[in-house]
Design a binder for this molecule. Structure first.
Ligand code: NZQ
Ligand code: ZN
Length: 379
């Protein structure tokens, strides 16, 4: 274990916390409220934000898409510059939070904002960011990651920046109640698989990381099992576990394998499949391909998360599939797209994005990805 850790994002968690914005953003700052396709206008979140900002000067930009595109975000930057905004407030899910990370980091850049995604531009300053989270899934509200799509080329890429930690994140679980089954399932699965990417690697003996990960996996599994009995506490648990799954803590100083995410991102970019669904489709098949190298951790997950004592990783993989299917997620990739060039398209983009060998042991290559896609296409 060898790491430096500081997560500076202030979290305001609980009912009615949106009102705190009035104190968290300095009064003299002109606020740029950025949101998605309009869910916040139907569920009362927009009105709460408006009320909290009544003594601030502010303007807005709506229309950030799920899997946010640089094309839309560039328009937001143009508006923000025109309005001379000082502070960005993201009101939405991971897509809006990520989109705002692009906005704040590219704000003072003379060139193309996409340079951030290609590693050609490292910002030296950025606008401050606050987040009102409306969908529990990505952990984006208190991490430095952002995943952005270039519609023109169907590329979905990510970048990290030290400026991307939001100054604050408001987590009011009540706002999750307007989410539909599809988005709730996506959120549970995305959070669950964030933990897996930092846990199903190889034995390392870092007990805090391992056992905390198992606690989160057990908790998320319990939420899936109690899906039909959702109450206040259920939503609170989802919101907090989704945050903990990807705020950096459980991955400190341990091997990580983001292979499922890297393949999943290409599927979202190419075919517009929801992020959470791409993960549920790919992960079990990737584990099947890598069952030997992941055997120890899969069996440990079998024991400590699913309560099964087995020597066969396949039994644990089936448990994972059962969990995702129980949330009505179709695990057959063929039912989401129809493209006979899928394998070539995915592997070409992975290669272009620098992923020719990945995974915690560097064993995921073009051949492995093709085999995984073959399996996923059969479902
Ligand atoms: O756009 P609106 O109208 O707001 O509707 C959204 C959107 O259609 C809706 N929604 C959000 N909150 C709602 C709501 N509907 C009703 N009630 C609410 N309270 O849900 C839809 C999906 O929203 P989106 O923000 O796209 O979902 P999510 O939070 O799952 O974010 C997915 C994006 O995050 C990226 C993904 O790749 C994807 O682009 N990720 C970001 C990560 C990060 N920054 O660390 C890590 C993740 O692994 C992931 O890659
Ligand atoms: Zn994810």
């Amino acid at each position: 274990m060898n790491f430096t850790y500081q997560n500076p994002t202030l979290i305001e968690f609980g009912s009615k916390k949106i009102s705190q914005i009035s104190k968290l953003i300095p009064q003299n700052q002109k606020v740029f409220v950025v949101y998605g396709g309009g869910s916040i206008k139907k569920n009362g979140v927009y009105d709460q934000v408006k009320e909290a900002l009544k003594n601030h000067s502010w303007c807005e930009f709506g229309g950030i898409e799920p899997n946010p595109t640089k094309e839309t975000l560039d328009k937001a930057i143009a508006k923000g510059r025109e309005e001379k905004v000082d502070y960005v407030l993201a009101v939405g899910g991971g897509s809006v939070a990520d989109g705002c990370k692009y906005i704040i980091n590219a704000f003072y850049h003379d060139g193309d904002g996409w340079d951030l995604l290609e590693g050609k531009f490292q910002p030296e300053k950025a606008l401050p960011l606050g987040v009102v989270l409306t969908l529990a899934a990505t952990g984006s509200e208190s991490n430095t990651g952002a995943v952005i799509t270039k519609a023109e080329t169907k590329e979905k890429r990510f970048f990290h920046s030290q400026f991307s930690y939001p100054k604050f994140a408001i987590l009011d679980p009540n706002v999750l109640k307007s989410l539909d089954d599809r988005q709730l399932a996506n959120g549970i699965i995305d959070s669950f698989i964030h933990v897996c990417e930092q846990y199903v690697t190889q034995p390392h003996g870092s007990l805090a990381q391992d056992y905390y990960s198992e606690g989160l996996l057990r908790g998320l599994k319990e939420l899936a099992e109690n899906y039909d009995k959702r109450d206040e506490l259920w939503y609170s648990n989802l919101m907090w576990m989704a945050n903990q799954a990807l705020n950096g803590l459980i991955g400190l100083g341990v091997p990580q394998d983001w292979g499922t995410h890297f393949i999943g991102h290409e599927l979202s970019g190419l075919y517009g499949i929801d992020h959470g669904r791409t993960l549920a489709i790919i992960q079990p098949q990737l584990f099947r391909e890598l069952d030997d190298e992941k055997k120890d951790k899969l069996l440990q997950m079998g024991r400590n998360v699913f309560g099964i004592d087995t020597q066969d990783p396949e039994e644990v993989i089936v448990k994972l599939e059962d969990l995702y299917s129980s949330l009505n997620v179709d695990l057959n990739l063929s039912n989401y797209m129809n493209d006979e060039n899928i394998k070539e398209n995915v592997t070409t983009l992975l290669e272009k994005h620098g992923f020719s060998k990945f995974g915690d042991r560097g064993t995921i290559n073009k051949q492995v990805v093709e085999k995984v896609l073959n399996r996923a296409l059969k479902g």
